[in-house]
Design a protein around this ligand. Structure first.
Ligand SMILES: Nc1ncnc2c1ncn2[C@@H]1O[C@H](COP(=O)(O)OP(=O)(O)O)[C@@H](O)[C@H]1O
Ligand SMILES: [Mg+2]
Length: 439
């Protein structure tokens, strides 16, 4: 039975996609000044394999970049003071990094499995200087902010309580906070804490500087096979991790995938993430990315994320989604239920084979939903050259390094948005606070 409060998010800039399709762009051409060029393809297919971990290869700017270790971008709590980085937890006593205390992400992962970060009520509006908007979504907006304590930059998602209640998103919003608090993974966004005032909810995250994968994809039109493979592989590891914790993500799309300053992915937006050990019914997601069992209001499980991974890979390889149709959601749903996918000739046969097994309505055939779970995805021939351990520890050089200066609050890779006119932190009656006692 569908849950009340069904909600669908729009895919960003459908208009742009319309334009692309109408312009009759030859999908076989790779744009001349595309940020992701065919030369990237060569260096990447080498680096996805077993090149030495300190390999130096030409990046897409024609420059050189060296990836040496997984811990080059250690996140730091917004209230830690100068120079000292807290490794795991914003409330622990700061650890001096020089005390021989370093861990790889994978080691941290094991420890974090059962750990829940203390994120409640640790910060207030007064801890931050709010700057420009980085992105807007269906229920709120995300700001670049600077901590007044350590002067580092963070991203704060602001949700209007009244809007969340009106859109019947109370449960999803509490789940977003709860799921984010539980996870710790190299390719998932870190939530440092949450707080609220009379009108708004606030979530403090790391600021991921390289912009949305969406922007890079639209600029590039489509990605070469190995580039799509690199991003797909990082996403697959993150999904594998989430599913191992019984969390379904449910909103995979390039708008929710951010590039860090080195070019690795971070999945943001846990607005639809939920702990689901078996089956659920809620209708939510983004039309282009919905699995047929969701569209048909059947009960569904984690395998909807593997379907979405198929749609994501298709979009990265082709520049458009397989069921896209003039921007009308109803048309898209019809196409999803009809299930016919036209694979362009330029798709690599291994990629096509994987897509056919992900974008299938038959749950007894969908990879990720079979006996070996995620393993059947990771072990698919398209991923054959991926060294998963090295990928997890960020030792594989990303195909594209965003042109951003790290650590100075450079938001130039994000689109501009009209700013919020209502001031944050104003006193007044708190009509809905009781719905959000976790914040
Ligand atoms: N941690 C972050 N760092 C930088 N930008 C972010 C971060 N989190 C979100 N954004 C930007 O804000 C946009 C909206 O945030 P998101 O959480 O996806 O909201 P919604 O649930 O409304 O889609 C994202 O698409 C992205 O551009
Ligand atoms: Mg989003």
């Amino acid at each position: 039975m569908p849950t009340l409060g069904s909600v669908f998010k729009k895919k960003k800039k459908d208009k742009e996609a319309t334009r692309l399709k109408e312009s009759g762009v030859n999908p076989d051409t790779i744009v001349e000044d595309s940020p992701v060029t065919p030369s990237t393809e060569r260096s990447l297919s080498q680096s996805l394999g077993s090149a030495p971990s300190t390999a130096t290869t030409a990046n897409s700017h024609g420059g050189l970049s060296t990836i040496t270790s997984a811990t080059s971008q250690t996140p730091t709590s917004p209230i830690a003071t100068g120079g000292q980085a807290e490794k795991d937890h914003p409330m622990t006593t700061p650890v001096n990094e020089s005390a021989g205390h370093s861990r790889s992400d994978s080691q941290t992962l094991q420890k974090a499995e059962n750990a829940v970060r203390a994120t409640k009520g640790k910060y207030t509006l007064q801890d931050f200087n709010f700057q420009r908007t980085l992105g807007t979504g269906s229920f709120g907006r995300v700001h670049l902010v600077q901590s007044k304590h350590n002067l580092r930059f963070y991203a704060v998602k602001v949700l209007k309580k009244a809007q969340v209640v009106k859109m019947k998103q109370v449960e999803h919003t509490n789940d977003e906070r709860r799921m984010l608090q539980r996870v710790k993974h190299p390719f998932l966004i870190t939530l440092w804490g949450t707080f609220q005032d009379a009108k708004n909810l606030y979530m403090v995250m790391d600021f991921i500087e390289g912009g949305e994968l969406f922007s890079l994809l639209r600029k590039s039109q489509r990605f070469p096979n190995p580039v799509a493979k690199f991003y797909a592989a990082e996403v697959a590891l993150a999904l594998d991790y989430l599913h191992s914790m019984n969390i379904i993500y449910r909103d995979l799309k390039p708008e929710n995938l951010l590039l860090d300053r080195h070019g690795h992915l971070k999945i943001t937006d846990f607005g639809f993430a939920k702990e689901v050990p078996d089956i659920t019914w809620t209708l939510c997601g983004t039309p282009d990315y919905l699995a047929p069992e969701v569209v048909a209001s059947k009960g569904y499980n984690k395998s909807v994320d593997w379907w979405s991974l198929g749609i994501l890979i298709f979009e990265m390889l082709c520049g458009y989604t397989p069921f896209w149709d003039g921007g009308s959601p109803m048309k898209i749903y019809e196409n999803i239920l009809r299930g016919r996918v036209k694979y362009p000739a330029y798709i690599h046969p291994d990629a096509m084979n994987l897509l056919q097994q992900l974008i299938t309505p038959d749950l007894t055939k969908r990879l990720g939903n079979l006996y070996h779970g995620s393993r059947s995805v990771l072990e698919h021939p398209w991923f054959a050259e991926v060294n998963w351990e090295r990928l997890l520890s960020k030792q594989i050089e990303p195909p594209y390094v965003p042109p951003v200066r790290g650590g100075i609050g450079d938001a130039s890779l994000f689109d501009k948005y009209p700013e919020e006119t209502e001031e944050y932190g104003k006193d007044g009656p708190d009509q809905y606070g009781h719905f959000f006692t976790d914040f």
